[in-house]
Design a protein around this ligand. Structure first.
Ligand code: PMP
Length: 405
């Protein structure tokens, strides 16, 4: 069978693959703890359910404009005004099937073959693959060992005449790092001067802990939206725990949105009107759901940090946001793929190898699950790896004895 070179070069999504492995194991009755996928466990906000159900009940389920329904766009404009202190026009907004499609559309719209896109490690697994899908070249900037914060001088060094865009994701998946205001202000200034697009993946922007805030990039420019290089991506997946609704959006200069609109019209046509209604319901409903999600993740972060602190040999940087932590497991193995597999085999805990995020030797653990999942998951990983932990454990109703350390 003939498969295109490009399609063949696209890696499988490790998080979805691991999720599937966990599902199969669970179906076989294995007591798997899934610390792999980044997905809040809450039910969708009631206003989202009611709004999409009301739309369904009309039976009038048709195409919408490619860039989204006027009423959802209005809700996004209000959200942007309230949370970004930025007034944008409907022509600056385009709704897509999740932030993932938003990112694809942006890159498809701005990248010529061989253009370079700078990605800051540790990075979300999909960035390099999406860049490759539009015939661009991902250029990875790695932080100093022992930190997850990029340095501006490294970014500047990685820029060439082919650099078209830089993707910034803060709060960051997979590290939970919130980049400093100084860094954001420097990178905004740099991109505006060099005419490089700055794609801000703000999907976790409200999930920040310890009373901190992730300030919008707009705060650091005095250019108006039409002449600015800033493009913002957001969505309902993490904000409201609505991953399955697949609604994301982009705020960008009109010229970009106009072309993205054509791209979308020729591909998905539009995002489903039922799902757009759900997103609108969430955005216009009680916003206390966001704060209660944030609080539960902050609590989970505290629990996982406490559990990880008593784990010999591990180096952990405390996440300041998101629902991920990226401990350094090099005291146990330099090969995160093998280590993750070992942990799944022995302890039935799903983790994601740091290699997938450009951070070999680390494992990403999601703390989006319950406190019980976190405690059980870490206890099992400790049992599998840490000789200082008790060598007997119950996994489900099986008592297991560690005989490999
Ligand atoms: N960006 C980042 C950094 C993410 O972690 C995710 C989801 N894992 C997305 C984008 C995509 O979100 P969506 O569900 O809206 O496609």
């Amino acid at each position: 069978m003939s498969i295109s070179q490009l399609a063949r070069s696209i890696a499988e999504s490790p998080t979805f693959a691991l999720n599937e492995e966990a599902r199969i194991l669970r179906e076989r009755g294995e007591p798997v703890v899934n610390m792999g996928i980044g997905e809040p466990k809450n039910k969708a906000p009631i206003t989202a359910i009611l709004s999409s159900a009301a739309k369904l009940n009309t039976g009038d389920i048709k195409y919408t404009p490619p860039d989204g329904t006027p009423s959802l766009k209005k809700a996004i404009i209000r959200y942007t005004e309230e949370n970004y202190d930025k007034i944008v026009a409907p022509e600056n907004v385009i709704v897509s099937y999740g932030a993932k499609q938003s990112l694809f559309n942006i890159l498809f719209t701005i990248i010529n073959p061989q253009d370079e896109v700078i990605i800051l490690a540790p990075y979300w697994v999909s960035y390099p693959e999406i860049v490759k899908m539009v015939y661009g070249i991902p250029v990875i900037v790695t932080p100093e060992d022992g930190t997850f914060h990029p340095r501006m001088e490294d970014v500047e060094q990685a820029v060439s005449s082919y650099t078209k865009a830089i993707i910034v994701n803060s709060p960051n998946n997979p590290s939970g790092m919130v980049y400093s205001q100084e860094f954001i202000s420097q990178i905004v200034d740099f991109c505006e001067r060099k005419k490089i697009y700055l794609i801000m993946d703000d999907i976790y922007h409200k999930l920040v802990f310890d009373g901190k805030q992730a300030l919008p990039a707009y705060k650091f420019t005095n250019k108006d939206l039409e002449s600015s290089m800033i493009i913002v991506v957001n969505g309902v997946s993490k904000l409201y725990g609505m991953t399955g609704f697949r609604v994301g959006w982009v705020i960008a200069p009109r010229k970009i949105v106009e072309v993205m609109n054509n791209v979308q019209a020729q591909t998905t046509s539009c995002t489903s009107v039922v799902l757009q209604a759900a997103a609108e319901g969430a955005l216009t409903g009680m916003q206390s759901v966001v704060e209660s999600l944030r609080l539960s993740f902050e609590n989970n972060r505290n629990v996982i940090m406490q559990e990880l602190r008593s784990f010999s040999g591990l180096r952990v940087i405390k996440p300041q946001g998101t629902f991920y932590v990226l401990p350094d497991f090099r005291a146990y193995s330099n090969n995160s793929v093998e280590l993750s597999k070992f942990i799944l085999d022995k302890a039935r805990v799903v983790t994601v190898p740091g290699k997938e995020f450009g951070m070999e030797g680390h494992l990403r653990l999601s703390f989006a699950g319950s406190v019980k999942d976190i405690m059980t998951g870490i206890e099992r990983i400790k049992w599998a790896l840490d000789p200082n932990s008790p060598n007997e454990i119950y996994i489900g109703d099986r008592k297991l004895i560690r005989d490999w350390l």
